[in-house]
Design a protein around this ligand. Structure first.
Ligand code: SF4
Length: 97
């Protein structure tokens, strides 16, 4: 079992505060500046430092959903993003881009 899968199991089945860094989380963490890193493990460790303990368990799901539906790979929907004011990504995309 890989580290990402093990983290998902710990998080979902046992409620452990783990963050499994998949492609969405890796992109969102680096793009926003929340937790920069060249590898999934580096991002995982940076997220553990950046995310307050009480939010870690659910941050995993929030970051995946944000990456899947708003901060999408090819072109993020910055114009409808609720954390746009906190995000380091420039330039922000506009609705008609
Ligand atoms: S502002 Fe844009 S780049 Fe930043 S998190 Fe939101 S969608 Fe992603």
């Amino acid at each position: 079992m890989g580290r990402k899968t093990a983290n998902v199991v710990l998080n979902v089945l046992w409620g452990e505060p783990t963050i499994a860094v998949d492609t969405h989380i890796f992109r969102v963490a680096n793009r926003t500046g929340l937790a920069k890193g060249k590898t999934p493990l580096a991002v995982e460790l940076a997220l553990e430092k950046a995310v307050p303990k009480q939010f870690v368990q659910h941050a995993h799901h929030w970051l995946i959903l944000h990456g899947r539906y708003i901060c999408k790979a090819r072109k993020p929907d910055c114009w409808r993003c609720i954390v746009a004011d906190l995000c380091a990504f420039r330039p922000k995309t506009k609705k008609d881009d």
